[in-house]
Design a protein around this ligand. Structure first.
Ligand SMILES: NC(=O)c1ccc[n+]([C@@H]2O[C@H](COP(=O)([O-])OP(=O)(O)OC[C@H]3O[C@@H](n4cnc5c(N)ncnc54)[C@H](O)[C@@H]3O)[C@@H](O)[C@H]2O)c1
Length: 259
C-alpha cells in the first residue's frame, strides 16, 4: 500500500516520529525525516533521508517540503508530528506568553504552514494524506498544561477541517490521539510511567496509524480506551470533569517537562 510512496515527517529525530518513519520504511516507502537539527544519525540507522525543519517558521516548513519534493519526489503523506508541551505551574494560566506562543506555533501553526503549502498541489493531483500527531489531550485534557491541552484541541480541529473540506478533492486526513508513549517528552514523567492505561512504545502508535489508514478511519486511537473516554466526555460532561479532578488530586501537577 505504501510502496515507493514519499513520506515526510516532522519532529522525527526520535520518539513517535521515528516510530512512524520506521513503519513506513518497512512498508517500502521513501521517508524524509526532519527535526530542529539534522537527524542524520537516525536517518542512517533507519534508512531515511534527513532534513532540518523548524515547524514554527513558515519559510523553514516551505523549504522542507520543496527540498523533499526535489530530492525524493512529490509528497504522498505528510506527518505533522513535531510537538512541545510545558507545565502551568500552580496556576492554570501562569505559564508565560512566550510558552503559550511556542505551543501555538509548534502544535498548530506548524500544521497550518504545511497544509497551506501542500493543498493546492494535492488538490490538482487529487491525492495526498495529511496526518497530525495530536494527542488524547486534544480530545480530553492534559492535567497541568492548559497550553498543551488547548493547542492539541486546535490540532484535532484542524485535522477535522482538512477531512471535511478536502475529502472531495481526494485528500485524506488522520488524527493520532495517544495517551502516554515512551519518548523524550515522557522521560522521567511519573504520570506517564505510572499511567493506568499503559505507557505505549512508538511502534504501537505507528502500527495503530497503519491500521487506521487501511481501515480508512480518521481517528487513530493507539490506546483504544481513549475513544470510550471521549464518548463519556460528550455524554456526561460533568461526570467527566469530576473524574478528571479526582485524577488531578491523585497525580498532582506532574506535567512539567518541555518537549
Ligand atoms: N509521548 C507522548 O506521551 C505523547 C502523547 C500524545 C501525543 N504526543 C505527541 O507526539 C508528538 C511526538 O512527540 P514524542 O512523544 O515523540 O516526543 P519527542 O520529544 O521525542 O518528539 C518531539 C519532537 O519535536 C521536535 N520539535 C520541537 N519543536 C520543534 C520545532 N519548532 N520544529 C521542529 N521540530 C520540533 C523535538 O525536537 C522532538 O524531536 C508530539 O506532537 C507530541 O505532542 C506525545
Amino acid at each position: 500500500m505504501f510502496k515507493n510512496q514519499i513520506i515526510a515527517i516532522t519532529g522525527a529525530s526520535g520518539g513517535i516520529g521515528r516510530g512512524i518513519a520506521e513503519m513506513f520504511i518497512a512498508e517500502g516507502a521513501k521517508v524524509a525525516i526532519s527535526d530542529l537539527s539534522l537527524p542524520s544519525q537516525v536517518a542512517t540507522e533507519i534508512g531515511a533521508t534527513p532534513f532540518v525543519c523548524d515547524v514554527s517558521d513558515e519559510a523553514s516548513v516551505k523549504d522542507f517540503i520543496h527540498r523533499v519534493e526535489a530530492e525524493l519526489g512529490p509528497i504522498d503523506v505528510y506527518v505533522s508530528n513535531a510537538g512541545v508541551g510545558s507545565g502551568n505551574g500552580r496556576f492554570v494560566a501562569a505559564a508565560s506568553n512566550e510558552s503559550w506562543e511556542q505551543a501555538w506555533q509548534v502544535n498548530v501553526m506548524g500544521s497550518v504552514y504545511a497544509a497551506r503549502e501542500l493543498m493546492p498541489n494535492w488538490v490538482k493531483r487529487k491525492s495526498g494524506r495529511f496526518v497530525i500527531t495530536a494527542s488524547a489531550a486534544g480530545l480530553l485534557n492534559q492535567i497541568g498544561s492548559a497550553s498543551y491541552s488547548s493547542t492539541k484541541h486546535a490540532a484535532v480541529s484542524l485535522a477535522e477541517s482538512i477531512a471535511i473540506e478536502h475529502s472531495d478533492d481526494g485528500i485524506k486526513s488522520n488524527c493520532i490521539c495517544p495517551q502516554y508513549v515512551r519518548s523524550n517528552m515522557t522521560k522521567g514523567m511519573s504520570m506517564a510511567e505510572g499511567s493506568q492505561d499503559g505507557l505505549l512504545e512508538p511502534k504501537d502508535v505507528a502500527n495503530a496509524l497503519k491500521a487506521a489508514i487501511i481501515a480508512d478511519e480518521f481517528f487513530v486511537f493507539p490506546h483504544p480506551v481513549v475513544q470510550k473516554y471521549f464518548i463519556n466526555r460528550a455524554m456526561h460532561p460533568d461526570a467527566y470533569l469530576s473524574g478528571m479532578r479526582k485524577l488531578k488530586a491523585k497525580v498532582g501537577q506532574a506535567f512539567a517537562k518541555k518537549g
